[in-house]
Design a protein around this ligand. Structure first.
Ligand SMILES: [Zn+2]
Length: 177
């Protein structure tokens, strides 16, 4: 009798545990779209990293994009192509064309650099502590090609409170039709 009770208790525990595991997974799938318009959004966990030699990047990218994207440079504020862009569309990595930000998440930060409160998918952006120039900042890079995008700060607007401060040179823009 006792062993029967023990068996039933184990079974209940197993079902309960499985349910608990299943719920967050389902929620995560729903909140992560697989495309934006016609642009496919690859699964960050299955993405193949793009690796090129320094010489290949130098040939592929223009001088300013190479300096910012591959050498961690920063463009001068209010000089890039997109800080004041208000058009509807998608911002892609200038190195590998991974869709990074939607115009819906862009906001007026007053900094002179394109600013977003969230990326299209969190897994598309990698973060790294940057202690250069006597500052403590979080550098953001493209998760697929490793290109330098800018920095993320915690003084952004709702709903995330984050400010992804990105160089225009690290981005290309695709207007929504
Ligand atoms: Zn990239």
């Amino acid at each position: 009798m006792q062993s029967k009770f023990f068996f039933l208790a184990c079974l209940c525990l197993l079902v309960f545990t499985q349910c608990n595991y299943a719920q967050p997974k389902a929620a995560a799938t729903n909140s992560e779209p697989s495309s934006v318009g016609k642009i496919e959004l690859p699964d960050p966990k299955k993405m193949t990293k793009i690796v090129k030699s320094d010489e290949e990047w130098r040939t592929l990218l223009g001088e300013e994009t190479y300096r910012v994207l591959r050498q961690g440079g920063t463009e001068c504020a209010f000089t890039g192509s997109y800080w004041n862009n208000k058009e509807n569309g998608i911002y892609l990595c200038a190195g590998c064309q991974l869709p990074l930000f939607e115009s819906a998440a862009k906001f007026e930060s007053g900094t002179g650099w394109p600013s977003f409160y969230q990326p299209i998918k969190k897994g598309y952006i990698e973060e790294k502590l940057d202690l250069s120039h006597n500052m403590k900042r979080i550098e953001i890079t493209c998760a697929r090609c490793g290109g330098h995008l800018g920095h993320v700060f915690d003084d952004g607007p709702k709903p995330t409170g984050l400010r992804y401060c990105v160089n225009s040179a690290s981005l290309t823009f695709e207007k929504k039709q």
